[in-house]
Design a protein around this ligand. Structure first.
Ligand SMILES: [Zn+2]
Length: 303
């Protein structure tokens, strides 16, 4: 996927990746975009042949396009909630030397990093924690609280080297362990407010499976609910076929259950879905029943 550079298209892209809500604006920022992969590499057990229309729609040329997204919710009082922290500056050895551009994304969107009041992690994989600390090892967003699901923290502390594949463990040691050691990382339980501003409140929603303590982030009081999905989905096809697991899903059975529950909740409540691994034009969407198939389907707001 082409990375955005400076130039006439940047503003248009920013507009497309901006969602105006009541009392807040949500920005879909892109830290980095890895090289597209073969769809059957990214989803090793998916039966693509059984779903030719879905495959053609969401995996063009049998290829999985993704990006490493970060969401920033700008509230009326100027404070920002940042959900996940991208791959980081790099160069990242696991992704062929890829480096992120989150600071440039903040600038292009007109967002002030010093206004980040809360950094919340959906989980601790390497593409979600990279900008947490600066080059000195101090929290990069110096005015922010740092917060993660209690279950995710507990899993990593209990499992150590066994918590995840080595590239994720290395990222955890680099970007998360120091925040825990300095007692700056807050552990949050699902269902309790983690942030509020005016009518807006944010809370965690359990979505285990991708990792043991993986959570989505629910924004309420903004006119309509917004579900920032974390890695519940890597591709919109998984909304129609929740059985399809990305290769990074640790517990596939639980991941399937969480995907189904989240899709049903979004459909029932009319929530806006915000997905950090969907390509930019598909980052925001709704979930509704497809009249032809009766299955749930993803409808991008802009795509
Ligand atoms: Zn991810």
């Amino acid at each position: 996927m082409e990375q955005a550079g400076a130039g006439p298209h940047l503003w248009l892209e920013t507009e497309m990746r901006r969602l105006d809500l009541d009392g807040a604006t949500l920005f879909a920022l892109t830290d980095a975009a890895p090289a597209p992969a073969a769809s059957n590499y990214a989803f090793p057990e998916a039966d693509f042949a059984a779903h030719p229309e879905l495959t053609a729609r969401w995996f063009p040329d049998d290829t999985f396009h993704t990006r490493f997204g970060v969401f920033a919710l700008l509230c009326l009082d100027g404070r920002i909630i940042m959900v996940d922290a991208g791959l980081g500056p790099g160069p990242d050895p696991y992704f062929n030397g890829l480096g992120g551009r989150l600071p440039e994304e903040f600038e292009a969107a007109g967002l002030d990093p010093n206004a980040v009041s809360l950094v919340v992690f959906s989980h601790f994989h390497l593409d979600h924690v990279g900008w947490a600390l600066d080059e000195t090892g101090a929290p990069r967003f110096s005015h922010a609280r740092y917060l993660a699901p209690a279950a995710e923290i507990a899993h990593w502390q209990a499992q150590g080297e066994e918590a995840a594949l080595p590239h994720h463990v290395a990222a955890y040691r680099r970007s998360i362990a120091p925040i825990i050691e300095s007692r700056r990382l807050e552990a949050a339980e699902a269902g309790l407010p983690i942030f509020s501003s005016g009518t807006i409140t944010a809370s965690l929603l359990p979505a285990p499976g991708h990792t043991a303590g993986h959570h989505a982030i629910l924004i309420e009081g903004a006119g309509r609910p917004v579900l920032i999905a974390g890695d519940s989905w890597h591709n919109p096809a998984q909304i129609a076929v929740p059985d399809w697991c990305h290769r990074a899903d640790r517990d596939q059975g639980l991941a399937r259950q969480s995907r189904s529950a989240l899709a049903e909740r979004a459909a029932k409540t009319g929530a806006i879905v915000a997905a950090g691994h969907f390509i930019e034009s598909e980052a925001f969407g709704r979930i509704a029943e497809d009249e032809a198939t009766g299955a749930l389907a993803y409808q991008p707001l802009h795509g």
